[in-house]
Design a protein around this ligand. Sequence first.
Ligand code: SF4
Length: 694
Amino acid sequence: VIEIGQPEHSVVTTCAYCGVGCTFKAEMRGEELVRMVPFKDGKANRGHSCVKGRFAWGYATHKERILNPMVRAKITDPWQEVTWDEAFAHVAAEFKRIQAKYGKESIGGITSSRCTNEETYLVQKLIRAGFGNNNVDTCARVCHSPTGYGLKTTFGTSAGTQDFDSVEHADVVMIIGANPTDGHPVFASRLKKRLRQGAKLIIVDPRRIDLVRTPHVEAAHHLPLRPGTNVAVVTALAHVVVTEGLVDEAFVRERCDWSEFQDWAAFVSDPRHGPEEVEKLSGVPADEIRQAARLFATGGNGAIYYGLGVTEHSQGSTTVMAIANLAMATGNIGREGVGVNPLRGQNNVQGACDMGSFPHELPGYRHISDDATRDIFEKLWGVTLNNEPGLRIPNMFDAALEGTFMGMYIQGEDIVQSDPNTTHVTAALSAMECIVVHDLFLNETADYAHVFLPGSSFLEKDGTFTNAERRINRVRKVMSPKNGLADWEVTQALARAMGMRMDYAHPSQIMDEIAATTPSFAGVSYAKLDELGSVQWPCNEKAPEGTPVMHIGGFAGGKGKFVITEYVPTDEKTGPRFPLLLTTGRILSQYNVGAQTRRTQNVVWHGEDRLEIHPHDAEQRGVKEGDWVKLQSRSGETSLRALITDRVAPGVVYTTFHHPDTQANVITSEFSDWATNCPEYKVTAVQVSPSNGP
Ligand code: SF4
């Protein structure tokens, strides 16, 4: 029995887990959080919530939180507690020493999609203006960077097109590489409501996710494609649309570049992109592809939602553009009920990208080489900015192993657990001379750190998160920072120690600076957010109350751009040694590497990651339900228990990555998206064999 007690006051704030961005009332008794109550006026959730937002906040006060800064000379030395001032002085001295020895480009940092927009903005400002280089990247690199690239190339804006309300107007919904009931539960509830009203559902996923058949919901079509064949299947859908005369020609002529469309239409019409040919490589029956394409093109408002099963591939950006092509060809952009919508994984992936966390882009997705944009920031910050893109995360690791990148500030990100090819990551971290980890817990990455700066949870700070529908939600401080400083204050103090001027008294002033420098945020202020509850960017003179649906009447970047999407098979091949394909995902009650959910009393009953394997593949290997199995790839191996199920097709296995013991990323491959370096987490050739356990 948990004794709850009576709250004395409440504070409205935003869930810090997934990209749905649900609003909650944090009910408090003094400094103690009593309970989180879903807020009925929250525009993303309308009073709904899932188990994580409602119950999984205990990590914020968990006994394993580190509350004092710590330093050590070598990673084999014990940690020494120091004061904040000593820690900042030490980091500044070390970073300056490294730059004096190895050059200006020898240090950099990673911003976090877990942190607020304001905190992210400050980290990229520290790196660009303080470190004097553009070696800033974000954990969106390993999840939705292809979304940024693909949607900017085709639509002119690196973001989803709709608000969540829009699904209530959809007639046909296509879900590609996403599992909303586990990953985005509150959006899934809104989607299911629409499906129960009669909207049709098409699912493109290697695995039979719950939405394929769940009480009162049955997908019209499930296309269980072989992992790694997204581009081929989406292009085959377009082939049917074009060759059967189902293109919305009026839309394309008015909104898109007609000549590019014609080139694209000729490309997709080639018989090698037809359903029969694509069946051979994807395993999806040609007839299912045909029927799904006809339904999407002729069934009324067609909306596409996708997830990491699209982006985390060597052709992630190509698939995003193939999806955009399909939406434009069928006229499904620019009104309610349609659109292309990335279901963002983390609470602030959208915001981290918006805030200039990529090495080639300043806030608002403006290229660092653009003189006019740099001029805005140079005048405001009083510096001259480097006009060359900096290093992406994987390039930082490579440079570390080459001896040219020696120092790193990592805010709110456990790269040892979350990035691919763990052995490569740890070798790179071991080669560096000063790694600063800024986090709530001594995570796996902290094993390689020389300085640990305690982080603050979302309950301890003011700021904003931007959810998957571009909605800027307020995060409000409900308790004092347990470590004494909110994350934005830590970055500011570090910047000052490095000799930079930073004088913000409150995160609202950081947002004012963002609004002053970033056209899509020009109308955003804390006063407006308090008044309206939230706003969706673009929010500016043209749209003072924000923009729920984008591209109405025309694309933000001018004409919609059709892109040729040639299918290129991944280099991650199956063969006699590694005959199965592993793909990954997550479960409802856990979250990513589990640093927060595993430290929350309410969800501890989900104890381990399991390997889903088809009965045929299990029998061939003598594996029974619950047996320990060894999972091997070209990169490494791990052990976990088997779960025998026909949710996965023969030849495909699946696991989650919530538990550090499993270390799923020990086995993921080195391959990544050609345009953005987003790792190919979703396709790894593996072998499964019986084992005696770890
Ligand atoms: Fe939080 Fe996402 Fe659950 Fe909403 S759906 S409560 S944002 S984890």
